[in-house]
Ligand binder design. Structure first.
Ligand SMILES: [Fe+2]
Length: 473
């Protein structure tokens, strides 16, 4: 039986105040000069917000999707934010209160909405453009499509092809776009909707048509938020945060961290069958969420990822009911190499990068799936926050240091289509906590430590967004 639903009485105790409004700012204040390539286009982001008070221990991954757009027209910048008008939000607006309980736990919902489909499809994770359409991805669902001009929600994307429709109900919020073919590489864990080991690998062509889907089993029903695709291989990491139907029925959390389980890393040839060709490696004692990039060199498969010595998904407790201690949640960008010519026990090496503490890694996407030199990330070297840049050739980092502020995800835009790697600009939203507002910084992609090239100011704070993209006009 569902619990009786008691929404948390106030937003006041939340770390970040929810936005709870949709905004249009018609002419943003801009300091500096907008670079030529950014004069016409749009920067889209999505994240979790809360339209209504939630259950007390609600986590931001359960937030209502709020899309924001910085639109650049002839160097003038306007801002727009709109909620993704999900099935769930429509039901809550009609009831004028919160109806949905915990993150991915339908057994904690108000009885009036129990078992409605699309319960978890909040569109809150990645504003992602492909074949001219703008999607709001969410890893357990099929994404909503949003109008790129108005941000009006258009409905849930349909994914089919000549060989039939996609069977997986889940599409990762971390797709990989092949810069050579334009293909959209994707997977779903819990691909049938329930917390099982069912998983699907699927690929869409540059036109959005489904060209491949293969189902397989993961070693355990663990968290898999991001992955790696190289020109020759696929790398699928399963983290020891495990979902369990019995715990959900008892009103518990979706994931529980098991420190006694090793993380599992499936590596296979890119054109292989994951059901039979995946070689699963154990890496005990680490947890990761995101991937910067991955590439292959002969028998070696390299994946660069911020990983932590313990549970960096700190809003989920461990199997003993404990929240992780701060040191075990700190992520450091680490190069993990799988040498496929060696036996399992000798195949894996890990090289953390000195000083590269943080997350939200991004690259010059023209260099996805191949050997690359430059990566960017949100530096979180408490209390120093900023934007970090890695030079993999030299093994060094540069930092754009921020005072009383923190960076969200840094997105790279090349200066011209054929500019060298890293020759371009970083777009990143900066939280100015003491001023309760944000700036959008435009930094030099060749050297983020320099002064911002331009700053777009907003007169209010934004909730944390997760991931976004630049779309050229
Ligand atoms: Fe993510």
């Amino acid at each position: 039986m569902p619990e009786i639903f008691h929404p948390f009485a106030s937003f006041g105790l939340q770390y970040r105040m929810p936005m709870r409004f949709e905004a249009d700012v018609f002419e943003c204040e801009v300091v500096g000069e907008i670079p030529e390539v950014l004069r016409n286009g749009a920067y889209y982001r999505t994240g979790g917000d809360r339209l209504y008070p939630t259950l007390e221990e609600d986590i931001i991954l359960n937030g209502d999707g709020l899309v924001s757009m910085f639109k650049f027209e002839d160097g003038h910048v306007s801002f727009r934010s709109r909620y993704v008008e999900t099935e769930r939000m429509k039901a809550e607006k009609a009831a004028k209160r919160r109806l949905y309980g915990k993150y991915r736990n339908k057994y904690t919902d108000d009885e009036s909405v129990s078992n409605l489909p699309q319960r978890d499809n909040t569109g809150n994770t990645y504003a992602f453009e492909h074949h001219g359409e703008l999607f709001m991805l969410r890893e357990d669902s099929r994404p909503y499509r949003v109008d790129p001009e108005t941000l009006e929600t258009l409905g849930i994307g349909q994914f089919g092809g000549r060989f039939g429709d996609l069977r997986s109900t889940a599409l990762t919020a971390h797709p990989k776009i092949d810069p050579k073919t334009g293909e959209w590489w994707s997977y779903g864990v819990f691909a049938g909707g329930e917390p099982t080991t069912d998983a699907s690998l699927h690929v869409f062509g540059a036109d959005g048509e489904l060209v491949r889907e293969q189902w397989f089993q993961t070693p355990y029903p663990g968290l898999c938020h991001d992955w790696g695709v190289t020109r020759e291989h696929v790398v699928l990491p399963i983290m020891p945060l495990v979902a369990d139907e019995a715990r959900l029925r008892a009103g518990g959390d979706y994931y529980e961290y098991d420190p006694d389980l090793p993380s599992k890393w499936g590596v296979m040839p890119r054109d292989g069958d994951p059901a039979t060709d995946m070689r699963w490696f154990d890496i005990p004692g680490i947890v990761m969420g995101h991937v910067m990039n991955a590439y292959s060199e002969g028998d070696k498969v390299i994946i660069d990822t911020p990983c932590s010595p313990g549970n960096c998904f700190s809003f989920f407790k461990d199997k003993h009911g404990n929240q992780p201690a701060m040191p075990e949640t700190i992520t450091q960008i680490t190069r993990i190499t799988f040498d496929l010519s060696k036996p399992d026990s000798e195949a894996v090496t890990m090289e953390p990068v000195n000083g590269a503490l943080g997350d939200m890694p991004k690259i010059d996407d023209r260099y996805a799936m191949q050997k690359y030199r430059t990566g960017y990330f949100a530096l979180r070297d408490f209390p120093q926050m900023g934007v970090g840049q890695i030079d993999w050739e030299r093994g060094t980092i540069k930092v754009h240091e921020l005072e009383n502020a923190a960076s969200q995800e840094p997105v790279f835009v090349p200066r011209t289509p054929d500019a060298p790697e890293g020759d371009g600009y970083i777009l990143t939203v900066i939280d100015r906590m003491d001023e309760r507002r944000v700036d959008l910084l435009i930094l030099d992609g060749n050297d983020v430590s320099r002064e911002p090239i331009a700053t777009v100011k907003l007169p209010f704070a934004l909730p944390m967004s997760f991931h976004g993209c630049w779309v050229q006009a």
